[in-house]
Each structure stands twice: as C-alpha cells, then as structure tokens.
Design a protein around this ligand. Structure first.
Ligand code: UN1
Length: 494
C-alpha cells in the first residue's frame, strides 16, 4: 500500500512518531493509501523550514516566482486526468466535477503566476514639495494554510498561489479526509521547481496539528476554510498567539430566488446543479429556493421530476449524477437534519433517507431530498447542512424574498431568476452576499473575481482575484524627502 509522508524542507519524511492513518474512498470503503499522522513536533520542523526559506524566497524576484507557478499550472494541465480520478476516489465528487476542481487550481496558478509581473502598488503625489510617495506590497512571512476536503485541489491553490507569488512561505495542513490530493499538489510544486522549505506539508487532525500551527509563534498568518465554529476558534487563538493575520471562509446557506416571471425550466436547471452538484457539499451550494407563491407548485413538480431521475453511485462511473457524502458521519448528520425538518413541520416531498440499495450500501450515499412549505426560521432553512437537502420557501413578493435571503447568519452566494432587468438590478443592490448571480445558480465562481461573503461567512477577507493579494501581503507606504530640510506634513503646507 502506498504511503504518503509529510514534506518538510524539500524532503518526504515520516511523522516523527512514525504513526500513520488510512485514506478511504467514500463510495465503497476502499483503502487508498497510508498517510503520516503527525503531531506538533512535525509542525515545529515545518515552520522552522518555512522560516529559513522565507529569508531567500522573499528576495527571489517576483517574476521568477511567477515562472515556477506557471510551470505548476502546466504540470497540472498535463496531470489533470490523473489528479481528477484520484480526487473522485478520495473525495467522492463525480469525475466531471473533479476535473473542474483541478481546472480551478490551474486557473488560479496561471492567474497568480502573471501577478509576478504586476503586484502593483500606488505612486502618488506628496502634499509637500521635493518629496516622493509610493506604496509596495511586502510578504507577511510563514503562512499556515488549513483547507477543507470538498475542493481538495482548488482551495489549497486559492491560498497557496497568492501566498507564494507575494513571497510568503507555506505550511500546508490539508483536511484529514483528502491527504492524497495534497501530496499530488505538493509533487506538482516540487516538479515545478519550488525551492526547498518554501512549501511544507504536514498531515494530521485539526485539534493537534492545526492547533499547533495556529499557536506557533513563527507563523504570521492563518488562512482557514471550514465551519463557523472552527473559524471563531482560529480567530481567537490566532489573536492570542502573536496577533496573527487570519483569513476565514466559513460556509453558506445560499438561496436561489425564483420570481413569477422567471423562465422556470432554466431555473430548474440551475437549482438542480447548485443543490445536488458535489452532493450539496459546496460552501456555495443552494440549500434554499425562495419562490413566489404563484409559481411554487409548478416549480415543485418540475423539481420532483428531475430529482427522481438523479442517479447515485461511484463518481468514476459515467452513469452517476450524484456521488457519496464524504463519510458516513456526514451522511448521519444530513439525516439528522431531515428528521429535524420533519419535526419542524416542513413537508418532505422526495428523498429523506440514506441510499442503501446494492452497491450503495458500501458507501456514504443519501437520497437527494426536497422539503416544501419551509418557513424561513426553521433550522433546515437556517443551518448549513452540507448535503443533498433542498428547502422550498414560498413568499409573496420580491422584497420578501430578498429579506428571507438575507436573514441567515451566512452571506456567501445568492441567485435570482427573473426576466425583468429592473428587478434584477434591485436584487443585485439588495442581496447581502459576497456573490450574486442573475439567471444562474449559486455555484461556479470564477477565480479572477473576489470569493467570500458577508456576515459569518468570513472575516471580511476575500479569496481569489486581486482581493486575495490583500490577504497575503502587508502594505508598506514609503516617503522619500529630497528637499534637504525638515518638512512637517499637515503643518508646513497650510
Ligand atoms: C467552496 O465550496 O468552498 O463557486 C468553493 C464554486 C466553486 C468554488 C466553491 N468555484 O462553487
């Protein structure tokens, strides 16, 4: 069985304890490999390597850093199919979506590679004569990257690519459920020529390895994607341990609004894709449909027809529409929410139980589920379920729909289907989410726009696009006075 060690200071090494755990295919229980089970001592070694490497990496010309990132993108293009297949086996999403996950890593690698020749600062006039003023971005130092299992290639690269192009070094702690994908990514960076110590990989659980990273005195920034509860813990702990910079991306309870003038068939396509793609396990997944009452029944019928045709199975099979959940604990959590929904008085329309027929019994499968007549304050309409469960919420007006959309603790993505351009622009203004779609579902953000959300979805930072550069750099403002005398800002220029 293949063993996946840590990667520290350019070497593939066992955990110091010698302990290991197994990576499991959620579709059938197959053991995919053994993985180093690290502890805080391995984090220390990785941070030390990253700290040493920072001294030279920060001085390595940014365009040259960009060339390494560009090569990483090219290697990913070459290895895309191999990575996608392993991604499906390790995480469960269907193969076309696994290819999309790898593609998203490729996209951000190309994008950030080009930032090596930009990284614009500002050159501005000074308020005083014979004085020059400009600002530059500086790297922060050692960056701890803690990533989830649902996008095991895209999300680590969303974080690593901007961190690296700006001259930071990285300690990468991937989700325990998708370790092999992390190894493949690091292999790609190694082949691309990343110098030793610049990227380090440490496997292990959040409460030991992640915790050691968050507390480490020589880590300057933590970039974390996960739950709100864990995100709060990261923020508080990081503040107490060296006032680390923290960027958080913490999920969603995203809604698609369907107005009565909408093209319903188009809306159904977007809803099915956004609610059941990735088995509902995206931060951007639609788990609510807020529909104007006059078309609610018709929409429900169309949805039921489509949901009943979704085929569950191993994501490698072409016949599969919906893959497994990440593990049986996740499946049990989904079922717990379905029970809560029933108790709250929502009407269960379709699904509502684990799928146990034939081969499906070996994996963590759950039937795509639809609730109707859901009230906006029910738990199934408020809490992130992270599974294939969709709540139909009827409303009377667009204004009410927007209010319901905004009345959850999350604010990541929202969508509206309408043919009325006036309504669309009012919605764009009033939907309080970091991402808004018109006549498209809630998923499918592109990497050159900011990604992140309002309220508890994060702490104000954004991933991807130019916004990501802000998260991984410090601004330095520089004033050069060439007047040869003391000039006092705000005083001598009155
Ligand atoms: C996530 O689920 O955390 O917009 C990321 C999307 C993808 C990224 C999702 N491009 O659905």
């Amino acid at each position: 069985m293949k063993f996946y060690p840590n990667y520290i200071d350019g070497q593939w090494v066992e955990a110091k304890s010698g302990r290991r755990y197994q990576s499991i295919n959620p579709a059938n229980g197959e053991v995919l490999g053994e993985v180093a089970l690290s502890g805080p001592e391995d984090v220390d070694a990785a941070v030390e390597a990253a700290r040493k490497a920072f001294e030279s990496w920060r001085l390595y010309p940014a365009p040259k850093r960009g060339e390494i990132l560009f090569r990483a993108a090219e290697i990913l293009v070459r290895r895309k199919e191999e990575l996608a297949r392993m991604l499906t086996r390790e995480m469960g999403k269907v193969l076309p979506e696994a290819r999309g996950d790898v593609q998203e890593a490729i996209d951000i690698a190309y994008y950030m590679a080009a930032e090596g020749r930009r990284q614009f600062g500002h050159t501005v006039p000074s308020e005083l004569p014979d004085k020059f003023a400009f600002s530059v971005r500086e790297p922060i130092g050692v960056v701890g990257i803690i990533t989830p299992w649902n996008f095991p290639t895209a999300i680590p690269f969303w974080k690593m690519m901007p961190a690296l192009i700006l001259g930071n070094t990285v300690v990468f702690k991937p989700a325990s459920d998708t370790p092999i994908m992390a190894a493949l990514l690091v292999e790609v960076l190694e082949e691309a020529g990343i110098p030793k110590g610049v990227v380090n990989l440490v496997y292990g659980p959040g409460d030991t390895v992640g915790e050691a990273l968050i507390r480490h005195p020589h880590v300057q920034l933590i970039s974390f994607t996960g739950s709100v509860e864990s995100g709060k813990h990261v923020a508080v702990t990081a503040a107490q341990h060296g006032m680390k910079r923290v960027t958080l991306e913490l999920g969603g309870k995203n809604a698609i609004i369907v107005l009565e003038d909408a093209n319903l068939d188009l809306a159904v396509d977007g809803i099915i894709w956004s609610a059941f793609g990735t088995t509902g396990q995206r931060c951007t997944a639609a788990s609510r449909v807020i529909v104007q009452r006059s078309v609610a029944k018709k929409l429900e019928e169309k949805l039921v027809e489509r949901i009943s045709k979704l085929r569950l199975g191993d994501g490698l099979l072409e016949t599969t529409d919906v893959g497994p959940l990440i593990h049986t604990r996740a499946r049990d959590k989904v079922h717990m929410y379905v029970e809560i929904g029933k108790q709250e008085g929502a009407r269960l329309v379709v699904g509502g139980e684990p799928a146990m027929e034939g081969e499906l019994a070996k994996g963590a499968f759950y039937k795509p589920t639809l609730f109707a007549e859901v009230k906006p304050d029910m738990r199934i309409a408020q809490e992130e379920i992270f599974g294939p469960v969709l709540a139909l919420i009827p409303v009377d007006t667009m204004e009410e729909a927007i209010k319901v959309n905004n009345s959850v603790q999350y604010g990541l993505s929202s969508a509206m289907y309408t043919q009325d351009v006036n309504k669309a622009f009012k919605a764009i203004r009033d939907l309080a989410t970091g991402i808004v779609y018109i006549n498209a579902g809630t998923i499918g953000a592109e990497i050159h726009l900011p990604f992140g959300g309002y309220r508890n979805t994060g702490n104000g930072h954004r991933e991807a696009g130019q916004a990501a550069l802000d998260a991984y750099s410090e601004w330095k403002s520089v004033y050069v006075d060439y007047s040869g005398r003391l000039q006092r800002a705000q005083i001598d220029n009155q």
